[in-house]
Design a protein around this ligand. Structure first.
Ligand code: SAH
Length: 357
């Protein structure tokens, strides 16, 4: 085990106050103000740990720009509204989106662009990426600080970074997975005394084999609830893209990535990206509790193809050389291919009921 500064901190924590849950471990690894992953190293890009859709191709942000303008039109073109991205990474999506939005000056002039970001390191990258843009851009750290006005909210690969709890089936119940120390003082798995209410489990939970894992993310649901309340009170639309499933299920999806390779989740805490798959059925249910919001789920492929991925690729390729055309076509495959991001990634759209969709 590589002894990272965060590993020493975690060991101390466990020695002093006993085993911690996977959710606490996940949270400390990602959000520790000094040694947490997003404050600690460059995470996104070809030379970093992982690649996201906006980094694959400019077409991703451009098409989301078209989607945003469309929602603004459907809201009756409010003359003051917020265009918000949560977890904007390197700022690439917003940069591509705003370049596209130049086709509609009224949209750009009426929108207050707000980025919600907790990492100082990534905030600096976003500021650099957006420095040339002539628009009113500001940064906040929490949804609560958004002005109360019509809002278009977007997030790509945001929900997957929020901590999950894991429960493991035994003969008699589902017990929480935790992190403890073994006799050598290294991090190791442990079962905690906590169990889960059976009404939170999918219906077929009794039919699952021993050691089956169930994941639930209270912090993800809390943020979804906050976002929903904002859209419900202020009107608007949300677009949330992530890897995950449209039906709640079972299985261990907690994963670690470093330099584009997967590693063990206890390996090098603070130096590896931790994520899990998003349970969109639960998020949609949480959001749908607000009776004036409508939620739809689809695959990334279906969403991108419906808003014009192929047409955009053809336009970009029209006057390009052979090599560029090949790159564009590879990006289309990567974003929408069944065996690539097209199926694994899902799109959740949320609309307040004054939008005519
Ligand atoms: N959307 C980007 C980045 C995804 S990585 C892309 O597609 O490339 C996750 C992002 O969420 C990072 O910017 C990270 O710093 C941010 N983040 C993590 N926890 C957050 C929180 N609680 N509130 C706001 N942003 C958060």
């Amino acid at each position: 085990m590589v002894e990272t500064p965060l590993l020493s901190k975690l060991k101390n924590m466990i020695e002093i106050s006993g085993p911690i849950s996977i959710a606490e471990y996940f949270h400390v690894c990602m959000a520790d103000p000094k040694n947490g992953y997003y404050n600690n190293r460059q995470s996104i890009g070809a030379n970093a740990d992982f690649i996201t859709a906006p980094e694959v191709s400019q077409m991703f942000g451009e098409l989301i720009g078209i989607w945003c303008i469309d929602q603004w039109e459907k809201l009756d073109r409010p003359n003051q509204f917020s265009l918000v991205e949560i977890g904007p990474g390197k700022g690439t999506l917003m940069k591509d989106l705003l370049r596209t939005a130049k086709i509609n000056q009224a949209f750009l002039q009426n929108g207050v662009i707000t980025l919600i970001e907790t990492s100082a390191l990534l905030k600096a990258s976003q500021k650099a990426a957006l420095s040339d843009i002539e628009a009113n851009i500001n940064w906040i750290e929490s949804i609560e600080d958004l002005p109360k006005q019509p809002t278009l909210l977007i997030a790509n690969e945001f929900f997957d970074v929020l901590p999950i709890r894991q429960f493991i089936k035994s003969k008699t119940n589902w017990q929480e997975r935790g992190v403890s120390l073994d006799e050598k003082g290294d991090l190791t798995d442990v079962l905690l005394p906590a169990t889960i209410e059976t009404n939170l489990l999918p219906k077929d939970h009794t039919a699952q084999a021993d050691n089956t894992v169930f994941e639930i993310s209270p912090s993800r649901e809390a943020i979804a609830q906050q976002l929903a309340e904002h859209l419900s009170a202020c009107s608007g639309a949300g677009l949330f893209i992530d890897y995950g499933h449209t039906k709640s299920g079972f299985g261990d999806t907690f994963q670690a990535m470093k330099n584009h390779l997967s590693s063990h989740v206890f390996d090098q805490p603070g130096n590896v990206d931790l994520t899990s798959h998003v349970d969109f059925e639960r998020l949609a249910a949480v959001i749908g509790q607000n009776s004036n919001l409508e939620v739809t789920l689809s695959t990334q492929a279906d969403f991108l193809l419906a808003i014009g991925l192929i047409e955009r690729a053809q336009m970009l390729g029209a006057n390009a050389n052979e090599q560029t055309r090949k790159t564009i076509s590879q990006a289309v495959d990567r974003l929408a291919g069944d065996d690539q991001m097209g199926n694994l990634f899902k799109v959740m759209r949320v609309f307040s009921n004054n939008l005519d969709n």
